[in-house]
Design a protein around this ligand. Structure first.
Ligand SMILES: [Zn+2]
Length: 170
């Protein structure tokens, strides 16, 4: 793990404003990632969905309770310095994903995780639909519980807070 890169990341976390709330925290992490993108390969960014995550508006996407205590984030990173960039990108991707994805029912495939609501946009058909995906094993299904087959070109985004409210009310 590049020392200068790690120091610059830790400097950014040391500002208490950055971990005051989840929206600030999301902004701090994604701003840092955008500024340091050249250290990571494009493939690594894509694999961990950092290309999508660094372009979401935190005011629209960050959820109220991502399920981890924000106050201990600095300590957590101090104690667990990632051993390389691959691991670091994975940790950041998972953290950001936790902050913007709403959890649904438990995964029927691995039973190890709750699935997240996502918006799948089929580019050819210009068709958007809400699906559920397990972050642990990659299982995907439709809202009615049938398995979801990925079409050729699909863009997958988290479902925003507004979209999920519409879904839960209807
Ligand atoms: Zn699963």
């Amino acid at each position: 793990m590049n020392f200068i890169l790690w120091e610059s990341f830790m400097d950014c976390l040391e500002n208490p404003e950055g971990t005051k709330n989840y929206i600030n925290y999301y902004s701090v992490l994604t701003l840092w990632l955008r500024n340091n993108k050249h250290y990571f390969s494009e493939a690594l960014f894509k694999k961990n969905r950092l290309d999508i995550l660094t372009n979401l508006n935190p005011n629209i996407y960050v959820i109220e309770d991502p399920g981890f205590p924000i106050a201990s984030e600095l300590q957590r990173f101090e104690r667990n310095k990632p051993k390389n960039l691959e691991v670091f990108a994975m940790i950041l991707g998972n953290r950001l994903w936790d902050m913007v994805t709403i959890r649904g029912k438990a995964c029927p495939n691995c039973e190890g995780d709750e699935m997240r609501y996502l918006l799948a946009e089929e580019l050819a058909k210009k068709n958007k639909k809400i699906i559920l995906e397990c972050n642990s094993c990659g299982w995907t299904e439709n809202i009615d519980g049938t398995s979801w087959e990925q079409a050729d070109k699909v863009v997958i985004l988290p479902v925003s807070k507004n979209e999920i409210e519409k879904l839960l009310i209807s």
